[in-house]
Design a protein around this ligand. Structure first.
Ligand code: FMN
Length: 348
């Protein structure tokens, strides 16, 4: 059985993390991933700039923690985005609420293993969370960011390549380059993200020195994921060329191409200000994920959508990924010693 440092760090069976996918809700998904032996994650839900975002997102996450804590058989994590805009809105209040929950609820303390901070400075909350015994993982798109996360005391980094769904680095660095570079640059465990959807991917991440993978797009297409069925169908129909990086909440973000993407590009080409784009975009957030309008709605999604062709249960998916990873590692081991390297390369 494949076990790595992150299995020990979070007391989980398999080195598979579910990506946070705010502003959408992933409570049921988090429970299913946790039950399947991975680390499920509560997302930072709530649409930015809504008048009641702060109250909503804080009480929402508080409720989600209670729901997941009661239902999940295994451990879980949660995400707080720490971008400047998010700090102005709800990030500090969320952090206080999480610390409070850990201090006052022994079962939360036992099962909530980690906070994933993303889209900003890892310095802000790391000490605060670690002081109550939580592990902190920060999402990083470059070696420089990974070193900084290690320096300020993060327990692990999630290195996310340009293939990923959602926010990506303004300077594109792809997963195959990013992961080994980050692994070489830091001593803390590295979790690979961006484009992972199967066991070959997990085996390749381990080969590059990562301690596990985080999957977003692949987990959308599971029976338990809360996203609208049309969102899932659209992912299954997508080719690997059907996503594009356009303006997201905090900078560039990868979306599945649809009318929304085309309209946003047209607005930008006309010189529309970012503020106006924000208010145009706001009502479009829940359209695809909640109402199933896959033309006009926002569809954050990674390049690996081109490789996702089914909607299994989370349990079946996780077992399949683990089985494939083991098969891949066994297959690679057989290459060793039975053929010389030249003949392997020549077989393509
Ligand atoms: C629908 C969607 C929403 C996302 N929202 C967030 C978020 O709120 N916070 C965050 O840190 N990452 C977010 N991400 C990025 C994921 O956490 C993860 O890094 C990414 O999905 C990995 O790439 P993959 O989609 O190829 O698996 C989002 C991704 C998707 C697809």
């Amino acid at each position: 059985m494949i076990r790595t440092k992150i299995c020990e760090l979070f007391d989980i069976k398999y080195p598979i993390l579910q990506a946070p996918m705010g502003p959408f809700v992933t409570t049921k998904l988090a429970i299913a991933v946790s039950d399947a032996g991975g680390l499920g994650t509560i997302s930072h839900a709530g649409i930015l700039e809504e008048k009641d975002t702060v109250i909503d997102s804080v009480s929402k996450m508080k409720n989600d923690i209670q729901v997941v804590k009661k239902a999940a058989k295994g451990n879980f994590a949660l995400n707080i985005r720490v971008a400047k805009l998010q700090l102005m809105l709800d990030a500090y209040k969320l952090a206080d609420m999480v610390v409070d929950q850990v201090k006052n609820d022994p079962e939360v303390k036992r099962k909530l293993k980690a906070v994933i901070t993303s889209a900003g400075d890892p310095t802000i909350f790391t000490r605060k969370f670690k002081d109550v015994g939580l592990k902190v993982m920060h999402v990083v798109p470059t070696v420089r960011h990974a070193k900084k996360a290690e320096e300020v005391g993060c327990d692990a980094v999630i290195a996310s390549g340009y293939e990923a769904g959602g926010h990506v680095s303004p300077t594109p660095v792809h997963t195959n380059v990013l992961i080994p570079a980050v692994v070489d640059a830091v001593k803390i465990p590295v979790i690979a993200a961006g484009g992972f959807c199967d066991g070959r991917g997990l085996a390749s991440a381990l080969a590059m020195g990562a301690q596990g993978i985080q999957m977003g797009t692949r987990f959308i297409n599971t029976k338990e994921c809360e996203f609208h069925e049309n969102y899932k169908k659209k992912i299954m129909e997508a080719k690997e060329t059907d996503t594009e990086v356009i303006l997201g909440m905090f900078g560039p973000a990868r979306h599945l191409v649809n009318e929304y993407v085309m309209e946003q590009k047209a607005l930008i080409a006309k010189g529309t200000s970012e503020d106006r784009i924000r208010s145009w975009e706001l009502p479009r957030w829940p359209l695809a994920e909640k109402d199933g309008d896959i033309n006009k709605g926002i569809m954050l999604c990674g390049q690996c959508s081109g490789r996702v062709k089914d909607i299994p249960t989370v349990g079946d998916l996780v077992e399949r990924v683990m089985r494939e990873a083991e098969e891949t590692i066994n297959r690679l081991q057989k290459l060793k010693g039975t053929q010389d390297l030249t003949s392997v390369q020549n077989q393509g």
